[in-house]
Design a protein around this ligand. Structure first.
Ligand code: HXC
Length: 510
């Protein structure tokens, strides 16, 4: 018995050593933590239970039978974050560069199957040279098995990908199908074909960082949802995100203790809207003042700044926020902002997270690039996402709600449950100047006449009351009481039950 215990300890120690001291030091020298260090920082102390620590590959080509490290380049198992269970896999770059073999894939698939069956999120830590070159098609098959499970898990359990090293080739498609992707600045990259192939095929010269670094994917491509300074900051933020989310699609998000009065009044909001309708203001101020303790977890902060998306809590309950941002492109909807917000709304709806929408939108962004880029189809995504969402929806129009964008932004007509407007709201087909120029084209030469027409239009339509008279706005509320009104609205909706007609699945314009 003593001998066998001794052997167990020795085998465990060998598995924990990964690719050995030299490679661990190389990993640290790059500013990266090891696979196990990451798991330890991500999970509650002492909560990690490992699976398949002794699994080794079965490859016999290229002399691989002589080198069969325990664990095969990925650490898998389950643990807790603030007491709530989740599954995790963490690729170990010190073992064959974290490359994915048949058995490495089987380990990942095992925990994904358990996550789907037991209703707990999956966090995947990616740090890998891609397909294990020595294994050929067996490795490709392994990837496809993982992809299939990403699809099946989508909308069932939250899936989060942490890119903490290379993630290239077809390997990118597993993270791409998960709900959120975080990247570490300067030490992670994602691309389908790397700089060398790009140079050969298109003669473009580009660095790995430019092609697929954190800045590229959080600012330009929108593949990733957040960029962090280093491994430690990212792991801490992943813990913070998990705290907002339910464990699966059959449970509600956790209710956290809160120390912020839901009826708190914010006098400063009464002066948030500038007198000049063309002057911007920071919509984030409203979000922070409505949120419990001003805590806001923003998603895709660096992309399509004309719309803000992220999570807050109200009375301790998670709420997804979508808000037009007048500081960027006057808060217009465009291709990027529609795609960004649509995906966020769909995530919230899939996981029963209520949606709060703040509206100040002058319309869709005009332009040839927008039309040729398919703003019709992309704008429809957001319209579709709001229209299909059955979670509680509370909307507050702070200022402009013009044209089709009024309809899109969680209007009453898209089954908004509570549609509030501030007294400063202007709900109309378009702004006064544009309207007058169309209606009174023959008078355009007469400045005084046109000014009078604009004033008349503003008087009649640049307010919330026309919509309120029709019941399209449920109530005109004072800005300072927004948190209180929104909190009461969501509280009244806790028992909401709404189902869409049966269908296999919808056909959202992709
Ligand atoms: C086997 C690999 C490997 C791989 C790296 N290693 N990638 N072993 N299969 N794919 C091994 C190296 O031999 C080395 O072993 C160790 O990992 C570290 O690699 P280095 O090259 O020394 O590290 P670094 O200089 O940091 O470069 C990292 C890298 C590079 C950029 C990822 O290793 C690289 O280009 N690897 C190949 C990437 C690739 O082409 N993968 C296949 C892509 S196709 P030792 O023993 O020296 O420590 C693909 C298709 C997926 O992934 C399809 C899914 C549908």
């Amino acid at each position: 018995m003593k001998d066998i215990l001794q052997e167990l300890e020795e085998r465990r120690a060998a598995a924990r050593a990964g690719g050995g001291l030299r490679r661990v030091e190389a990993q640290h020298a790059k500013g990266k933590l090891t696979a196990r260090e990451r798991v330890e920082l991500l999970l509650d102390e002492g909560s990690f239970e490992e699976f398949d620590m002794f699994v080794a590959h079965r490859c016999t080509d290229f002399g691989m039978e002589a080198d069969r490290p325990a664990g095969d380049g990925v650490v898998t198992g389950w643990g807790t974050i603030n007491g709530r269970m989740l599954y995790v896999f963490s690729q170990d770059f010190t073992v064959f560069g974290g490359s994915l073999s048949e058995t490495h894939a089987q380990k990942i698939c095992k925990i994904m199957d358990m996550a789907i069956q037991n209703g707990a999120p999956v966090i995947g830590i990616n740090d890998s040279g891609g397909a294990r070159i020595q294994e050929g098609v067996a490795s490709l098959a392994g990837y496809a098995e993982v992809f299939q499970r990403n699809v099946l898990a989508s909308g069932v359990v939250p899936q989060i990908s942490l890119i903490m090293g290379p993630c290239a080739g077809g390997a990118v498609y597993s993270p791409a199908m998960t709900d959120f992707i975080f990247m570490v600045k300067d030490s992670s990259y994602m691309f389908v074909t790397g700089p060398d192939v790009v140079k050969t095929v298109t003669n473009e010269v580009v660095t790995a960082e430019e092609l697929g670094g954190a800045a590229t994917h959080t600012r330009k491509s929108s593949v990733a949802d957040g960029a962090y300074e280093n491994d430690i900051e990212m792991l801490a933020e992943a813990r913070r995100l998990i705290d907002f989310l339910p464990l699966n699609n059959r449970q509600k998000a956790p209710v956290r203790p809160f120390f912020d009065d839901p009826a708190r009044l914010e006098a400063s909001l009464d002066t948030l809207i500038p007198d000049n309708p063309n002057q911007p203001y920071d919509m984030k101020e409203l979000i922070l003042k409505v949120a419990d303790e001003g805590d806001f977890f923003e998603i895709q902060r660096d992309f399509a700044g004309n719309i803000i998306t992220g999570f807050i809590r109200i009375e301790g309950q998670t709420v997804g926020v979508v808000a037009n941002q007048p500081m960027v492109l006057a808060g217009c909807l465009d291709i990027d902002s529609s795609r960004k917000a649509a995906r966020f709304v769909r995530f919230c709806d899939a996981f029963e997270i209520p949606i709060l929408t703040f509206v100040d939108v002058p319309g869709f962004l005009p332009g040839v690039a927008q039309e040729l880029g398919g703003v019709i189809k992309h704008g429809a995504k957001l319209l579709f996402a709001y229209g299909e969402a059955t979670v509680p929806k509370v909307t507050v129009i702070t200022r402009k709600a013009y044209g089709g964008a009024y309809d899109v932004m969680a209007s009453k007509h898209l089954r908004g449950d509570f549609n509030y407007a501030w007294p400063t709201a202007e709900i109309a087909v378009m702004g006064a100047k544009g309207a007058v120029e169309i209606l009174y084209r023959s008078e355009l030469g007469d400045k005084d006449k046109i000014a009078a027409r604009v004033a008349d239009y503003e008087e009649r339509f640049a307010n919330p009351f026309v919509a309120a008279e029709k019941g399209f706005v449920d109530e005109v509320i004072r800005p300072h009481s927004t948190r209180k009104r929104v909190a009461r609205a969501f509280a009244s909706l806790r028992g909401k039950k709404l189902a869409n007609p049966w269908k296999k699945h919808d056909n959202i314009p992709l």
